[in-house]
Structures are given as C-alpha cells and as structure tokens.
Ligand binder design. Sequence first.
Ligand code: ZN
Length: 509
Amino acid sequence: MQLIFSEKDRHTFHSGRWNRGYNPDLCIVSKDHNGVSLQAQRSVLNNFPKSQHRPVRIQIEHQRNGQAETADKLLGPKAKGRKDRWTETVENIDFKHSNREAWNVLRRLDPSQNRGNGEPEIKPNAFANRLIETSRAKIDKYISRKLTMDLKVKKTHAVEKSKWADKFTPEESKEFEDLENILSEDLDTLHTFYNQWRLKPNPSKTEVTLFHLNNRRANQEIQVQFGDQLVKNNPYPKYLSVVLDRTLTFKNHLVKLSAKIKTRNSIIAKLSGTSWGADANTLRISALALVYSAAEYSAPVWINSAHTNKLDTQLNSAMRIIGGTLKTTPLKWLPVFSNLASPKIRREQALIREWTKIKNNKNLPVHADVRLNVDRLRLKSRKPPWKTAEMLLLENSGENTKWLEDWMAENPDGQNIVINPTSKQPGFDLPRKIWVTLNRIRTGHGRCNHMMYKWKLHTTPSCDCGNDMQTISHIAIECPFRAFKGTINDIHTANMNVIDWKQNLDMNL
Ligand SMILES: [Zn+2]
C-alpha cells in the first residue's frame, strides 16, 4: 500500500468554524505482485457549494499491460527535458543573495509556503505610504548639491573610525555609565549636524548593542539619547545578514540559519523523489545552489563558533539525501557519496580564500582594520578567524588532501572498496534507484532483516533462505536466492552486470 499525498495540495476539508484546513481523506493505492504501486495522481478540486469538504479526483495514469518499453520511450524524453530545465534554472540563479528570481523559485518549491489564490492584497497603510512617496515636495537642487559637497569635505576630515569603535570596549571605560555619556555626546554632535543641514535622522531605527563578556550584567541596557529620543537596545542586531550577539558566539545566527537550511533540505528531498528521477548529479548541483550557498554565506566570520554543529546536522542530511544513505550510516561516508567535502573542511577552505584575499589586497578597507587588530583582542576569550586562517595557511594543504587525511584517520570502509574518496564514486550518473542500492551495499547499512530487526520493524533477523542473519553483505554476495555472482568490489564498479542484477533483485534495500 502506498499513500498518495502531496503537501502542496490544498486541504480536503476546510473547517469553517476553526478557519483551518485538514486532510481527513486519504488516498491509498495498492501495489502489484512486483511491489510496484499503481501510478495514480490525486488532485483536490475547488470548493463545493454548501460543504466544507472539497472533491478529490484520483486519476489512474498508466495500467501496466506488459508494454513497459513503450511507456519508457514516451516518458524518457519528457523526464530528460524536465531535468535539464531544472539543472539550468538552479545553475543560473545565484542563491547567495536575495534576488527576486531566487525567491520566486523558492516560493514555488517550498511546500510550507501558503499559496493564496493570487489576488494582491492592498492595505490602507501601503496605499497611504505610496501617496506620500509620490507627492514628495520638490528637491532644491542648490541645497542638495551644497550638502553633498559638505559631506565630502567632512568625510576627508573625519576622525578615524577605529577611534570611535574603541569606545565600545568595556575594558577601557569600565563603567556602562561612562559609555552612555560618551555615546550620547557623540550623537549630540551628529544631531546638531543634522539639524544644521535640515536632515532628518531616524532615531527609532537607530540601535545600540553592547558587546562584552561580563555575564553578571548580561541583560544590561544603556540609555543613550539621540535628539529627543532614547535609542533602542537590541541584543541581537543583524549586520550584513549575520546576527550578532553580546559575546560573539553566533548562537542566535546559527540557530536561525539551520532552520532556514531545513526548509531548503525538504526541497532537495522532494526532488529526490520526482518521477524524472533526479540522479546524484542533479541533486548535488541543487544542494550546492540551494543549501550550501546559504549555509556557507559569511562562514569565515563564525567559523570558530561552538554552535556550528547545529548547522552541520542539516548539511549532513543534505548529503544523506544525495547519497540515499540511511541515518545509521557513519558520518564519514556522507562526503564520499555526495562528492562534497565535509562542512568543516569546506568552511576552512572558504576562510583561507577570504584571508589570502584580504592579506594580499592593500586597497581593501578591511585590510588595514585587520592589521590593526591582529595583536589585540576586543573580547579576550574569543578566537578570531585570522588566527585560525594563519594556522591553516601554515599547514597549507588543499581541500582534497585534508579530506583524504580525514578519511584515513577514521576510515569506515572496512572492506577497502573505495579507492579515492574525493572522486565521484562509480554509479554517480546512474538512475537514483540503482545509485541508492549501490551505496547501501557499500556501507552495509540498508533495509535488510538484520537491521530491521534491530530497529524493531521486523520480527526476525533471519533470511528466507535459512540463514539466521540477513545482513546486506549476505544479500549481496552470499544468499543462494538472490546474491550477485561476484564480490563486493565487483558490485562497487557498477558495471552492466550489476545494473542487471539490481533490476531483478526481489527487494528494495
Ligand atoms: Zn539468504
């Protein structure tokens, strides 16, 4: 039996009383003697007058009448076209930055996004805002020119930025009260300047944040006056899409980020079940574009955070989807089947790239900033990324060398099947079903009776051939009923014989 259900479908029952949708009507399809379920499609139709139920249409698409080849011939080109289009879309969009194209794709894919009926909703506020915007008074060219000129002059004579920043360190001015005074004074200067030039600052959008390690005063707020308003305290300000916090542990940032990655992972998971059979290559490209681009954005900043494991859990499950491996599979296998280095190694490489760029380019403003700070720490216990970068540069080995070392140190491959973990394993381009089976045989973790018994999903660990332990390797090379005529190493090569054997195998691993 198989449940036909898509999260994207609307609910089959809409309760008027609770104003919520539910799915009480299930569509379950039986399987034939080959274990293949009937090809069925379920669609939920529009509201039915005077009823809270919605009609559901079930279409049985393709009856198996022995002419599977014809069906394959018909469906093949269509599937290929769809796959090519998806690859092209994902490769062309840059998901690192927020652009409209990327968001539209995400919105269309993400099942959690509520799809309304497409009617734009104009709120009175938006309407009023637009009116004010369009009716803005004329700008006096003379004054605006004078302002720009003056700003230029002020900029050239401005005090050094770091001098202001120094005032934020509590070591130098121990008391928070001192801080309040200093900041208020500075803002006063700004305020008079603004007033003089008829500029309107927005104190309600100005925020103040304290960075310190004094846990006893963790919730300390300071009162800073800007014009006639008190500046709001924000313990978690967002700067260039990184959420900062008092002690720079980046906990808040990483928790938010991993939640974001989780929804994107579900998109990749959905792709792995599409009818055109997203192969490992397609899934890998999609994961790089959707998941990794977001997960590694500004990674050099928070690389030393103690909370990166939250993110790594999500990245591991992305890798698990690409390789089709089960949750019990040792983590070290995951990079091998997804052909993506482990999250930590990838971050370190990103840091090395960033650091060499900053170090070698004297024109970058950050170049001077970092030089100033190399010997001095603002928050004493923190490990700054540049120290890590220098240490990594001393080792000076590439991504693949690191990966190989990592693999050697804790090699889960007891049977020495994998020759080079950093290259794509045989079968990477094969249809997903074969690729997944291959990987489950390679790792020895699959849905065999031995494992199913351990997970309490099966009553016995024995095989129907009489052997009392049905492990993956038993199925693959020992079982008289179904074993492959060859060794595990032969299966690893994924040649034609292996593909034929898998097609005829009577179980899904
Ligand atoms: Zn057996």
